[in-house]
Design a protein around this ligand. Structure first.
Ligand SMILES: Cc1cc2nc3c(=O)[nH]c(=O)nc-3n(C[C@H](O)[C@H](O)[C@H](O)COP(=O)(O)O)c2cc1C
Length: 181
């Protein structure tokens, strides 16, 4: 698969087959995530792989409620990856402070996408999840209270067909040499 094909194939998967995911495959996704770039090579991340079915259900239950049900699909995903944001090294923290940029959040997004693209390559489906009860998940997984969870990623064999991408046209997002060029 070419890289562009891989990008087209990656989509948010919200329906999963029951099949379990071999840790060998998860390890390759983690290796792709580990190789991601980060500000000052700070690598401000830690991945908690939740593949114990009971624990996974507890984490999944913290991503939806009766009022906000749209993440209910996570109950069917065999694995949920919890991406904890670490503080980062001194250079990236100092640089971020001076330049008013949250480098560790940017870094977290990049590593998450590395993970998802490798998962696609492995024939797996993912969905990045930003809506969840952070406190509940921290309690379930013994994550220290001072830490932040950046994102969750659901992972499993896709039950979805490949969809058409819903994206802005190139003309809306691209200019050369100036904002309006
Ligand atoms: C930071 C972030 C948070 C997201 N949170 C959720 C979420 O809580 N629930 C969900 O179903 N999808 C979530 N998504 C998936 C987006 O809805 C999805 O990527 C977007 O609609 C584009 O569709 P595609 O991934 O299928 O190409 C999130 C994606 C990102 C990058």
């Amino acid at each position: 698969m070419s890289f562009l094909e891989l990008c087209r194939k990656r989509q948010s998967v919200r329906r999963y087959r029951e099949e379990r995911v071999a840790r060998e495959k998860i390890e390759r996704c983690l290796e792709a995530a580990r190789l991601a770039p980060s500000a000052c090579n700070s690598q401000p991340w830690r991945f908690i792989i939740v593949d114990d079915p009971e624990l996974k259900n507890q984490v999944a239950s913290a991503t939806f409620s009766r009022v906000v049900p749209f993440n209910r699909f996570t109950i069917k995903s065999p694995v949920i990856v919890v991406l904890v944001i670490e503080p980062g090294n001194i250079s990236s923290r100092f640089g971020g402070l001076i330049k008013d940029r949250q480098f560790n959040l940017l870094d977290a997004g990049i590593t998450a996408e590395h993970f998802c693209l490798q998962a696609t390559q492995e024939g797996l489906g993912t969905c990045i999840i930003g809506w969840f009860d952070e406190k509940k998940i921290k309690d379930i997984l013994d994550i220290p209270s001072g830490k932040r969870i950046g994102l969750l990623i659901s992972l499993g064999y896709p039950g979805d067909r490949l969809r058409e991408k819903d994206r802005k046209h190139m003309e809306e997002i691209r200019s050369y040499n100036s904002y309006t060029g």
